[in-house]
Design a protein around this ligand. Structure first.
Ligand code: A2P
Length: 286
């Protein structure tokens, strides 16, 4: 059962910092006015955690939304991610500077390696992941990023980092939603005190049309989106719902006034795979 009461209730990170338990996702949000205005709407609604990435090509608009919101920088938790073409020590350091500039901020709250290097693309992916992580540790030491973590890492990739790191990843952001919970990775992270964030917590919208989910949601008087996000929270996972529509941004935050029963949690947990994006860190060719 999630004891979280609001968007700003926090999960504890393994580096001593905290992170708001729901983030506003921006994957596939176009840069410019759309990114700026939807981030402003999210902040007005009460989100205090914004998730973007260099490769979403919207850091500039996201940053403008944050500035124009008038909310103090220190009251907003900003995550961005290093893109795959910038893996490695020097390139990661440079790319972080670019993200800081794009966002118009002095520091990033959480910086993630977007995807692990794999053996399809690299002769020695472990060395590449290690070099990138060294850069992340330096960025943290230099105060340019506060917390460091990874995204789309499976246990085997996390183990590569554990073998070489001074600082353990604080977060692993993975695809996670009803129909594709990735419980094995979630459990590995839990055992290693790493917070799991869910990208595409609504399966990029694919979960929303599922009739079984709809039947459960109806019993709670909630939408399938709210049921999915609540299911993630009750698993101790941090959802990052994306929408560019004000009504949905608002309703996706209304997940603290109901609780899913153990029986319904189990029914959702046990659903056969559906809604999977098909993006796998093991087969990615970039
Ligand atoms: P839109 O941005 O047009 O609202 P995910 O967060 O899993 O990636 O899902 C995002 C997708 O789901 C987007 O296509 C978004 O569309 C849509 N979406 C987000 N919230 C809702 C909602 N409450 N109801 C319906 N669709 C939603």
């Amino acid at each position: 059962m999630s004891a979280k009461q609001s968007l700003t209730d926090a999960y504890q990170l393994n580096d001593g910092r905290t992170i708001p338990c729901v983030g506003y996702g921006t994957w596939q949000t176009p840069d410019g006015e759309v990114a700026k205005n939807s981030v402003k709407t999210a902040l007005e609604v009460g989100y205090r955690h914004i998730d973007t990435a260099f490769a979403y090509y919207n850091e500039v608009g996201v940053g403008q939304g944050i500035i124009e919101s008038g909310i103090k920088r220190e009251d907003i938790f900003i995550t961005t991610k290093l893109w795959n073409t910038d893996r490695g020590y020097e390139t990661a350091l440079k790319s972080a500077q670019l993200s800081l500039k794009n966002l118009g901020v002095e520091y990033i709250d959480l910086y993630l390696i977007h995807w692990p290097a794999n053996d399809i693309v690299y002769d020695d992916p472990k060395a590449v992941n290690a070099a990138t992580w060294r850069a992340f540790e330096k960025l943290q030491k230099d105060g340019l990023v506060r917390s460091i973590g990874v995204s789309n890492f499976l246990a085997q990739h996390l183990q590569q980092i554990f073998d070489v790191c001074e600082v353990k990843p604080a977060v692993d952001q993975i695809e996670c939603h009803p129909g594709y919970p990735q419980f094995e990775t979630v459990e590995f992270c839990r055992q290693n005190d790493i917070i799991v964030e869910a990208w595409s917590p609504l399966g990029c919208g694919r979960v929303l049309t599922d009739e079984r989910m709809k039947a459960i949601a109806d019993r709670y008087g909630k939408s399938v989106a709210q049921l999915s996000l609540r299911w993630e929270l009750q698993h101790g996972i941090l959802p990052l719902p994306k929408s560019t529509h004000a009504d949905r941004i608002k309703s996706n935050a209304e997940i603290f006034d109901f609780s899913i029963s153990d029986e319904d949690m189990k029914t959702i947990d046990d659903m056969p795979e559906f809604g999977y994006s098909t993006f796998s860190p093991l087969t990615l060719t970039f």
